[in-house]
Design a protein around this ligand. Structure first.
Ligand code: ACO
Length: 311
């Protein structure tokens, strides 16, 4: 039997009303949102690292300015999302602590290395492309602050996706070595990009409840299918080969059939054992440590000002 307060809450969700910070909500709804929004924020923050790696080596001044702006956008996305999570009663320090201790997850995709300039194109095209596919429906999420944060984030993500595609479109018209570099980037980023959508529906522990609460509007497999259907023609346009021997147009379903990602690799990466997990977390912990003197200074100053006022 659902308790009456919970029944009213579910009715509000079912009729498409937004839930706002100070309103009553089931504890499990609050917890699920804190988990998802904070993981999303951490992903944006950690996501700066693989691309930041190429800012000093961008091939032209224009590419450098564009990449710099994009990486700054990711920082901004992280900050809006931390703010949205704070409205649910968790502090930013608590969220950082969860990230730095390895307790909180962040997207699996950011634990892979960026080996060439083509990887920066592939990240924009595939990783930001997958992020948009996942985040557009989140604009309609039942929790108001998260839904509203997504509107601006999605606009910026579309710019990111196009800048990535543009890098690759230029490179595939370049030398054979450049074209090879692009194919190599696609070979390495394709499967990890499909894994961004999360485990298959039968292994997704949170999907059913999150969909009933309209936190998620689509299942992981639905969004993965949409991403493949959208991206394969773009790969063809670039003259590239998607590294999946099982990829085949299925006329009946009006979409592609495709192979199964290597789920054991996915679970290893989210357990902390991907190629770059230690490096990524190390960089975040170092940044936090390097900022200690500044936080201490701010606190000392705030205390002095408060003491002076109290006199
Ligand atoms: N990377 C890391 N962890 C993942 C991933 C992934 N790609 N996919 C699923 N997981 C984790 C879940 O967080 C969950 O772990 P937890 O219980 O410890 O939190 C577990 O795997 C089981 O997965 P699901 O039950 O399917 O989890 P959920 O319903 O939360 O769905 C999803 C996962 C689709 C990623 C969802 O959380 C979501 O939409 N998040 C918001 C978008 C987001 O975080 N994007 C970040 C990458 S995009 C970018 O930043 C550029």
């Amino acid at each position: 039997e659902m308790d009456p307060q919970e029944r009213v809450f579910q009715q509000r969700i079912d009729t498409g009303q937004k839930i706002e910070p100070k309103e009553w909500m089931p504890e499990a709804y609050r917890k699920t949102l804190i988990r998802q929004i904070s993981q999303h924020a951490h992903s944006e923050i950690v996501g700066q690292l693989p691309e930041g790696n190429w800012i000093t080596r961008a091939p032209t001044l224009e590419r450098k300015a564009i990449l710099l702006a994009k990486v700054q956008d990711e920082a901004g996305h992280g900050l809006y999302l931390y703010c949205a999570a704070e409205t649910l009663g968790i502090s930013r320090d608590q969220m950082y602590e969860q990230l730095h201790s390895g307790k909180a997850k962040y997207s699996s995709i950011f634990n892979y290395p960026t080996l060439s300039w083509a990887d920066i194109g592939a990240i924009g095209w595939l990783v930001d492309g997958a992020a948009i596919m996942n985040q557009v429906p989140l604009q309609r999420c039942s929790y108001g602050p998260y839904a509203r944060a997504m509107v601006r984030i999605c606009k910026e993500e579309s710019f990111h996706q196009r800048q990535g595609f543009d890098i690759l479109a230029k490179m595939v018209r370049g030398t054979p070595a450049q074209k090879e570099m692009v194919q190599d980037a696609l070979d390495r980023w394709w499967w990890p990009s499909l894994m961004m959508f999360g485990p298959s529906d039968d292994a997704s522990v949170h999907s059913a409840q999150s969909m009933a609460w309209k936190i998620k509007q689509n299942s992981n497999d639905e969004l993965r299918q949409k991403f493949v259907d959208q991206t394969v023609p773009q790969a063809e346009y670039l003259g590239l080969t998607v590294p999946d021997p099982d990829l085949k147009w299925n006329e009946e379903k009006g979409g592609y059939d495709f192979g199964e990602p290597d789920w054991s690799e996915f679970f290893e990466v989210i357990a902390g054992n991907g190629p770059c997990n230690a490096e990524r977390l190390g960089a975040r912990r170092k940044a936090w440590g390097d900022g200690t003197w500044f936080r201490d200074g701010l606190t000392a100053h705030a205390e002095k000002v408060a003491a002076r006022r109290a006199k």
